[in-house]
Design a protein around this ligand. Structure first.
Ligand code: SF4
Length: 179
């Protein structure tokens, strides 16, 4: 009798981060091919999906900085069995949270008036940007996180050992350097 074997579904998501953690994930190089044999990549920042899918494991880069991130991470949590904070911005707020010492208005002024090459002012009217939260928050302050991978960014070796452990049903343990 034919038995359908379904692979675990692995997703990655990108909130308020610089993409460095995803670059480190891509540094898995040929190990990505090994990984592709073991999982179905169901969502990544490069995947054209309309709605975040159900996932067995989701690695989330970046902190929760605006209302769009808030909505995104709540949906991801609802649809993910094992949620992993990937990198220091997701784990602690890190670089993204540096703006927490200033008010939102001050940050917007700095970005759109004081340091803008062409000053057009803070986007309004037809130009919509996601509303910034008063405070940037690490992911676990907003939703329950199952595992944390610190590092800025975490090295490809650490990411690999974590993901493989989760796929093997083992408790992840750090191997190699953090970042
Ligand atoms: Fe970028 Fe470092 Fe933040 Fe990762 S942890 S998103 S590499 S600043």
């Amino acid at each position: 009798m034919d038995r359908m074997i379904t692979k675990p579904r692995l997703a990655t998501a990108w909130l308020g981060g610089c993409s460095g953690c995803h670059m480190s994930f891509l540094d898995l190089d040929e190990r990505l091919i090994e990984l592709a044999g073991r999982v179905e990549f169901c969502a990544t920042p490069f995947t054209d999906y309309k709605d975040f899918p159900e996932a067995d494991i989701t690695l989330v880069e970046g902190a929760v900085a605006n209302e769009e991130h808030l909505e995104q991470i709540r949906k991801i949590r609802q649809r993910t069995k094992i949620l992993v904070s990937l990198g220091d911005c997701a784990v602690t707020g890190n670089v993204t949270a540096l703006r927490n010492m200033y008010g939102v208005e001050e940050v917007l002024d700095r970005a759109y008036r004081e340091t803008a090459a062409v000053v057009t002012g803070i986007p309004s009217g037809n130009i919509v940007i996601p509303r910034l939260l008063a405070r940037v928050r690490p992911v676990h302050e907003v939703v329950t996180v199952d595992y944390f991978i610190p590092g800025c960014p975490p090295s490809a070796d650490v990411i690999h050992s974590y993901v493989m452990a989760l796929l093997d049903g083992r408790e992840p343990a750090f191997e190699g350097r953090f970042g």
